[in-house]
Design a protein around this ligand. Structure first.
Ligand SMILES: Cc1cc2nc3c(=O)[nH]c(=O)nc-3n(C[C@H](O)[C@H](O)[C@H](O)COP(=O)(O)OP(=O)(O)OC[C@H]3O[C@@H](n4cnc5c(N)ncnc54)[C@H](O)[C@@H]3O)c2cc1C
Length: 490
């Protein structure tokens, strides 16, 4: 391919003289979405071939923390006394979405307990325990915690809050979901799905009426064409493609570290585009530099370079970051008094300095005179009454920041250590069929996981676990739908 933004040409079916394989369903990419799609297609009677460009399964899924966003009364929620219902989950996910796809959210919530059971049926058990702290990820293997904005205004008034971040029982910040990938490898083996590694999909094959009918592939020293009734693209996003990132999500291009696997180069999306797929939310990215833990930092006050508050500080970390990106120069400071300071250094958000007075801090931070002093005075006066009429911060995080000295942490883009990944992908139907810009189905083509758009749409509404959750759930739906086409014809 000449450039990494190039849309690959399609290959006409009638021009192909020889096929390396003829299958019902070919799945491109073995992360959570591709693995689940292949498993469900095979379990429903389709002949499935999965091609994976890397030498092993896993992709970005294997790097991930291992949260699955599930609810509506899962066994973990019940065992830990956390009330939830599909209705409240649906209200919440609808409220946090910028453009909710109501049919998808409804199905995801109604089927969530069943999907939880299916995941456990792969051969692991989410620990029946709850981690109550305000944290990015629990330090141990606790099975459940709050991983979104459920308890944050305005959402806390729109749906009854419930924790829904279910973590696979692997401690640590990364690598949790590799356990699920290992189990999917095993499951695909049991189902007789062939997985071909070091085999990269290149171009879609289309028949004379535009139906997608296969894919070309390449591996070191070999290439060929697979004929398939359905092609499922589950090849991840584009965070590792610098040109695409610069074009679509410039905040990610500028300073933060990107999070993804080598092959997150957007080729799956570009293959979809080659047959007219609509790409949605291409300008949206998950981007974050968490201010917590410890929770005491959430007691602090976040201001922009004019000394104004703009977000409730108890927001889920990516929501806070999303608001920071929108501030002038994407600049912001977290101000905390001595009694609430993090005793340890949080390397993600650098400590600028400490000051004996807010006045001196204001001057040194370059904030217009009097602005920060006024913001702090108002905040402290209200916090003393456990009130926040401006941003509705929860009472448990409201304590006056009035005992100097004061510390300021730099949350500005380029100063704090932001990390992120892209959120754009192909528009899809409830069953993962790829849609064109008129909303029509592109026959023969499906997309799932980070190659598709479903529930997670932007940084401000993101909750940890939605991508593994939706990748697995809608991946399964795509696999089932593709298999039904074949078996109904048989
Ligand atoms: C550090 C980190 C932590 C995260 N934690 C969480 C979390 O706890 N919960 C959550 O929900 N989300 C989390 N995410 C996001 C989540 O991991 C991803 O969105 C999700 O794993 C994407 O799954 P996928 O199956 O779509 O893609 P991937 O897992 O990336 O799989 C795609 C596969 O396709 C292959 N591929 C690419 N191009 C081709 C090609 N042309 N031909 C053949 N194969 C190809 C790749 O090699 C890869 O194996 C995290 C992300 C990161 C980076």
């Amino acid at each position: 391919m000449a450039t990494s933004t190039e849309i690959p040409e399609t290959v006409a079916l009638e021009s192909v003289t020889e096929f390396s394989d003829e299958v019902d369903v070919v799945v491109i990419g073995f992360g959570i979405a591709g693995g689940c799609a292949a498993a469900e297609a095979a379990a429903n009677g389709a002949r499935v071939l999965l091609i994976e460009r890397a030498a092993a399964a896993g992709g970005t899924t294997s790097l991930s923390g291992g949260f699955f966003y599930l609810g509506g009364g899962t066994a973990v929620q019940k065992a830990t006394g956390q009330d939830d219902s599909p209705e409240e989950m649906e209200k919440y996910l609808t409220a946090v979405s910028i453009d909710p796809e109501v049919d998808k959210i409804h199905a995801y919530c109604v089927d969530s307990v069943d999907h939880f059971n299916w995941l456990e049926g792969l051969g692991f058990t989410f620990e029946r325990s709850f981690y109550p702290e305000k944290a990015v990820i629990q330090p141990g293997t606790e099975g459940l915690m709050f991983t979104g904005n459920e308890k944050v205004w305005p959402f806390k008034d729109q749906a009854v809050p419930a924790p829904r971040g279910h973590k696979v029982p692997v401690p640590g910040e990364t690598g949790g979901a590799s356990l699920v990938i290992d189990l999917l490898v095993k499951r695909l083996g049991e189902l007789g799905v062939e997985v071909r590694y070091e085999t990269g999909a290149r171009q879609l094959v289309v028949d004379s009426d535009g139906t997608v009918a296969g894919v070309t592939w390449k591996k070191p020293g070999e290439e060929g064409v697979i004929r398939a009734t359905s092609v499922i693209i589950a090849a991840g996003g584009f965070v590792m493609n610098p040109e695409m990132v610069a074009e679509h999500t410039p905040h990610l291009a500028e300073k933060p570290f990107v999070l993804g696997n080598t092959y997150d180069d957007g080729l799956g999306l570009r293959m979809g585009r080659s047959v007219g797929a609509e790409l949605k939310y291409m300008d949206k990215a998950f981007i974050t530099a968490p201010i917590y833990p410890p929770a005491s930092m959430v007691m602090g006050v976040i201001v922009n370079k004019f000394g104004e508050r703009f977000v409730t500080e108890d927001s889920y970390h990516a929501r806070t970051s999303g608001f920071i990106m929108e501030q002038p120069d994407s600049a912001a400071f977290l101000i905390v008094d001595e009694s609430h300071m993090n005793p340890k250094q949080n390397y993600l958000i650098p400590l600028i300095d400490g000051w004996e007075t807010i006045e001196e801090m204001e001057r040194d931070l370059g904030i217009p005179e009097g602005k920060l002093q006024a913001t702090m005075a108002r905040y402290n006066e209200n916090a003393a009454k456990k009130e926040d009429p401006d941003f509705h911060k929860a009472a448990e995080f409201l304590e006056p920041q009035d005992k100097g000295p004061w510390a300021a942490y730099d949350l500005s883009l380029g100063k704090a250590m932001y990390a992120g990944f892209t959120m754009g992908g192909m528009a899809t139907s409830l069953d993962g069929e790829v849609l064109d810009e008129s909303g029509s189905v592109i026959k023969g083509l499906y997309a799932a996981g980070a190659s598709a758009t479903n529930i997670a749409q932007d940084c401000k509404g993101y909750c940890s676990g939605t991508q593994l959750g939706e990748g697995s759930y809608f991946g399964r739906r795509a696999g089932r739908h593709a298999a039904a086409k074949v078996t109904s014809r048989a």
